[in-house]
Write a protein that binds this ligand. Structure first.
Ligand SMILES: [Zn+2]
Length: 113
């Protein structure tokens, strides 16, 4: 089983654990939610370009065709880009640790590996 080293306290943490045994830092794995905006934006742009090309270059005038093609292109691109994004974040682990300062304020400290 793969083990990780916590960047805050250097304790060994088994991969898959949600909390560090040494310092109680919270571990987060995989793709951050914001990264899913990338395939969404790319798919919108590509679908729009394809429909734009169909209208101006191929002169197709059927709205039914646009609906179908638009959705197929959008979903195809969205799935492909999502798979790529997930792959690039597959080994990502983020450690969130809450530090208490002297005046009692909590501030979150995030360190990536
Ligand atoms: Zn730790």
């Amino acid at each position: 089983m793969k083990t990780l080293t916590c960047p805050h306290c250097h304790a060994r943490v088994p991969h898959g654990a949600t909390v560090c045994r040494g310092c109680k830092a919270e571990l987060e794995y995989g793709t951050p939610a914001a990264a899913y905006l990338i395939p969404l934006i790319v798919a919108c742009c590509v679908a729009w370009l394809v429909l734009y090309g169909m209208y101006h270059l191929l002169h197709i005038a059927s709205h039914e065709v646009y609906g179908w093609v638009g959705w197929i292109v959008f979903l195809g691109v969205f799935i492909c880009v999502t798979v790529r994004v997930n792959k690039s974040f597959a080994d990502r682990v983020v450690y969130h640790r809450i530090y208490r300062t002297d005046n009692g304020n909590r501030r979150s400290h995030v360190r990536s590996r």
